[in-house]
Design a protein around this ligand. Sequence first.
Ligand SMILES: CC(C)(COP(=O)(O)OP(=O)(O)OC[C@H]1O[C@@H](n2cnc3c(N)ncnc32)[C@H](O)[C@@H]1OP(=O)(O)O)[C@@H](O)C(=O)NCCC(=O)NCCS
Length: 167
Amino acid sequence: MAIRKLRISDIEALHRLFAEVSAEGEFLLRAEAPPIEQMRALLLRALPLDLPQFIAEVKDELVGSIEIFPASFCGLEDSSGEEFGVLGMQVMKAHRGQGLGRQLMAAALEHCSRLGMNRVELAVLKSNRPAIRLYERFAFRWVEDLPPCTLPSGRPDQPQKMRLLLG
Ligand SMILES: CC(C)(COP(=O)(O)OP(=O)(O)OC[C@H]1O[C@@H](n2cnc3c(N)ncnc32)[C@H](O)[C@@H]1OP(=O)(O)O)[C@@H](O)C(=O)NCCC(=O)NCCS
């Protein structure tokens, strides 16, 4: 198993990972991955910025990823006017619960500190206990509940915002 920075040559495998996790219909609001060309364009814009984007590989297969984009990069600035990171992560179903999420998170947060990013935020569904447990373990804290939503599976759920302040 290896954790390493994302490369442009990972784009097909990354798209497959997003497609598989989206298709589960349980964790994300979208039912499908974004189009691969849209993901490639985003990646080409992000890679020169050396952002915290890491992947987990098992036997040369990409099985997990994490990305922390500056809010301004995603057009998600808030009223504070301060820059902050917006986190997303996913691990293939067959590889969950084996510590990959923890290792991806550790690598990404270490990179954030090096970049001088002092706040990271994310949205997670209250039903997603493994994800919330992982975030709490890294000292992310609940900030507020977001508007209720209906998942692609048809199940209603409640997203919440969580925040980590980096020292
Ligand atoms: C959230 C996710 C990335 C975590 O990745 P992972 O590789 O399974 O995480 P880890 O194996 O490092 O486990 C992290 C913590 O979750 C706990 N955990 C793992 N599977 C669990 C489960 N089924 N139920 C409860 N807790 C669980 C682990 O025990 C661990 O906590 P601990 O270290 O205190 O024991 C992964 O579950 C996933 O991809 N889920 C689908 C996509 C998703 O939810 N993305 C986040 C959207 S906000």
